[in-house]
Design a protein around this ligand. Sequence first.
Ligand SMILES: [Fe+2]
Ligand SMILES: [Fe+2]
Length: 362
Amino acid sequence: MLNLSSLLNKFKNKINVHPHEEGPKDNRREVGMPIEPQEPVKDEFPNEEQSQKPAPLSSHLEKRLKIVIEHTVNPLYLELGAGVKDLYSADLDKSLDAFDKVNSLLEKTVDAILADADELILESLSEYPQGQEPFYFHVANVCIISAVIGQGAGYERASLIELITAAFLHDIGMKHDKALQDSGVYSEKDFESVKKHPVIAAEILAAFRKRLGQKVIEAVLQEHERVDGSGYPMGLKDGQINEYAQIIGLADMYEACMHKRPYRAKYTSLESIKIILKNKKIFSARLVKILIEKFGIFPIGTLVRLNTKEVGVVISANQNAPARPVVNIISDSYGKELKQPKIMNLAEASVNYIDDCVKEHV
Ligand SMILES: [Fe+2]
Ligand SMILES: [Fe+2]
């Protein structure tokens, strides 16, 4: 039996948090983020009126409700983050064994995503696990987000494994640069050396070209290229950029937006999507559309307040209605805790719509 009371308690101190708390102002640049400083993003939401039809609790939704409510860190996710740490710390010149381990881990991850991606999506957008180094889990998250976008783009399993391998290796060029790993930012004067990290990665991986394949190494080299030619290191454009690299670049920015950094708070999911849309000329429009369809504007685990002032947690995205996910209401319009799950499918309902992100994730 799901314990809604403990769920509400868990959220109580989050419910009054402003959706985006500004961190201290900082003029450094951030790896993977747009160069232009971001203006505060205003939340605007549709307020069209529709009639409400409560949705029945299917076994599919029951499972998602459990995933969100009983959120304990997924063991495969922890294994993935540990795998990144192992490989990034390994002396790759000496042994190929490190890649053997990674292969089976990545196959397992792709299979889990193909079977049911929601649990790993929830992890990839939640706070970094306590006591773990954020950098390695940033890479793990980019793996998951990239694979989910690849799945949305219709990739077969074999291509997903290549894509996730490139995502796994995408920041290996920072393996010797602890400062960059820790903050994800760099000063203007360091920009030229930062631009080299994809090249350093390609150099590290060159010895494994036969094993990894040209496409994977090319994707790692090109992950900071942008379709309008504004990226680095080569300033490539459109079709000159390997599609895996385009997916990883998009996943990298989305992941960065969805997590806090030492000098700023995290953005809400709505703000993150708006930042990406504001910078849409640097990404493929098709891939941005897939990202929004697969994750929704309010992804699984997002805590939201409806126009009715009820507070709920998103338990499932609706691919055809990204702003109207399935929500489990946890407190009523007066802030009173609900004793039973109250599932509302906003795609089918209603006069109800999401008014605000309360605080991002469970
Ligand atoms: Fe990078
Ligand atoms: Fe990255």
